[in-house]
Every structure is written in C-alpha cells, then in structure tokens.
Design a protein around this ligand. Sequence first.
Ligand SMILES: Nc1ncnc2c1ncn2[C@@H]1O[C@H](COP(=O)(O)OP(=O)(O)O)[C@@H](O)[C@H]1O
Length: 367
Amino acid sequence: MLKFKHSFRNSCVSEGRLIGWWAKGGKLQSRLTRTRKMDDSVQPLFTFGVIADIQYADIEDGFNFKHTRKRYYRNSLKLLRRANEKWRKEAVQPSFILQLGDIIDGFNKKYDASEKALETVVNELDKGEIEVHHVWGNHEFYNFSRDDLMSSALNSKTTDGGMAEDVVPTRESTEESYTYHFSPAPHFRFVVLDAYDLSLIGRKEPSERYYQSLEIMQAHNNNDDLNHPPVPKGLEQRFVKFNGGFSQDQLDWLEGVLTLADEKLEKVVIVSHLPVHPNSTDPICLAWNYEKVLSMIRAHKSVVCFMAGHDHDGGYYRDASGVHYLTLEGVIETPPDSEAFGTVYVYEDRMALKGNGRVADRILMYP
Ligand SMILES: Nc1ncnc2c1ncn2[C@@H]1O[C@H](COP(=O)(O)OP(=O)(O)O)[C@@H](O)[C@H]1O
C-alpha cells in the first residue's frame, strides 16, 4: 500500500489529548500504552492470538505495487509457523486465533495454486489445534468466489454466537454476507464483519450489491483502472477496487448485535479486514463507508476495540471516547528475521496486546 503517513498513525493519543502530547514531546505515548509494563501476576480471563495479511504463495519474493516494500511470499508460511508454535507454548492456551484476512496471495490464482496454497496455510494453522476465526480480505476474493469461500475452511461462522435466546435481526436479503459473532467468555463478544459485502471483487454481476458497488465507485473514481486511486492524497483515495464496504443489511444486523451487547453489559471487539478509523491507517486502506461503522461504534458503549488488517504498516488510534482502533502489521511485508503477530491477554479492565517483532505491545484499557 502507499506509504503516505497520516500524522496520527500509530499514535496512542486520543483526540482530546493531542495538544498535551505534542507539548510533552511524545512522552505520553510511552506512559499510556506502548511500553507500559505487562502485569503478569494476574491471570487473564482468556487470551487470543492475532495475525494479519499472511498472503502466502509458493513464489519468489516480490514487491508491493509501488515497489516500496518487499513481499516475502514463501517466508510468510514460516512466520505463521513460528507464531503458531509460540501460541502453542503459551502458559495459558489462547482460546482462539483471529486471522484478519488475506491469508493467501492473489498470485496463487495466476498459477492455479489457490486450493493448494489454502490447504498449506490451513494445515499449518490446524497444527496448533486452536480454534481459528477467519476474516475475509481482498485476496480471498482474488482466489475464490464468495460461494467457494462459504464452503471452504475459511468459513468459521458459528451459528448463534451465544445469543440464540435473544432476537438478533435476521437478514432477508438473498445476498448473504459473511458476518457472525461469538462469545468466548461471559460478558465478551467478538463480531466478524464482511468489508467486501459491497465491492466489485466480493460481488459479481448480476447481483444487486454489485450494481450498488459500481454506482459508488462511479461516483468517486473515473480512472480506467479502478485500482488506481481517484486522488493522490486524502480520504477519497479509499474508493479503489481493492477496497469495499458494508451493506445496509449488514449495518442493520450490527446495530442489532451491539444493542443487545449494550443491554447485556458486554465488551465487544469488532474485526474486519478493512480499517474504519482514518487515524488508524493509511487512508487508501479505509472501508468505503467507514463513517457508518464509526458512528455506530460511537452510539454503542459496548464496543471497546476494532481490529483490522489490510494496511501492512499497521496503525493504532484511541478515539476521544476511549475506543481502540488497531490495524495489525502484515506478515507478508515482514522480513524473515522478524515477526508480525500478537497475543492478547484479556482482563476485567483491559486487554494487553503482547506484540512480536513489528507488532508493538499495547495496553488497551476499556473505555
Ligand atoms: N496505485 C495503484 N494503481 C493501480 N493499481 C494498484 C495501485 N495500488 C495497488 N494496485 C493494484 O491493486 C491490487 C491490490 O493492491 P496491493 O497493494 O497488492 O494490495 P494488498 O496490499 O491487499 O496486497 C493489486 O492488483 C495491485 O496491483
């Protein structure tokens, strides 16, 4: 992705604290999250692993589109293996792993190797014998159709998410989206979103959502190559074919889930391949209608964190209400002598992300 750095990226400063941060020359940053010492003396309620943008392919190393970042296609499998080994050796076994999308690279399609590559990474993950929750990214759609994905190992959808007794709005649409929620422990809920529900890669003609996506793109991007951003800078860059958005049906469903979570006094972590906060990512990686999700998060006190992938440089932002927006560094652009994964230790009052390699340690206090 482009390397235009937003001034807030990787900052732990909330909107209200910005001036103070500048005044203190950034010292607040280390005080608040990054280097705050992990307290190992208290047992976490549960833990989970996070990893993003593995983009495995059995091909030689290459580069991103702009030739600014190297991509280690084969080595990404080794980094996944090392992450898995580390998770397996944890004193507290992670309850699950969040795989934030783009598990194999689009190049596999070109070499007719999509199935084989998927089998390779899934077998690697299976060795850990830890439940994996998969998010779908653009590279999933370069390799597979939505129907294929639904019947693949990348469909980790669970049926009722522990809310079976409640009335969560059902979606009438014939165009199914890949969304679900689950509760790994009392008072905690994870929501998996489908950021390519509206998109030109996740939807195909003649579906209604494909035409809706085309309309959105035509309103914002006049380039012949729709992967080419409409503007060189700023938020409008996000209107590219390799991004997507959330359908109204999906947003209505999310509203229902968050309303119930609020009532049950749960803490909710939302995950999606595409980031939704402009200060947590290069704006070219944002979901098309990110504002809709942001305003919904602001309206529901249950949400504590939003996790995404897609921007391989990663990013972090804590908004004025204390919600954490974390974009995880991508494995594919991580040199062989480094790492890019994390383990999150969940406590009553916070989540502690223990990062490895390019992923920083962070204490994520609940709002
Ligand atoms: N500025 C650009 N202009 C045209 N095509 C681009 C541009 N940036 C990316 N692409 C294309 O869009 C697709 C996704 O971009 P890429 O950077 O590879 O995304 P990812 O980080 O998800 O791998 C690729 O096919 C890439 O060649």
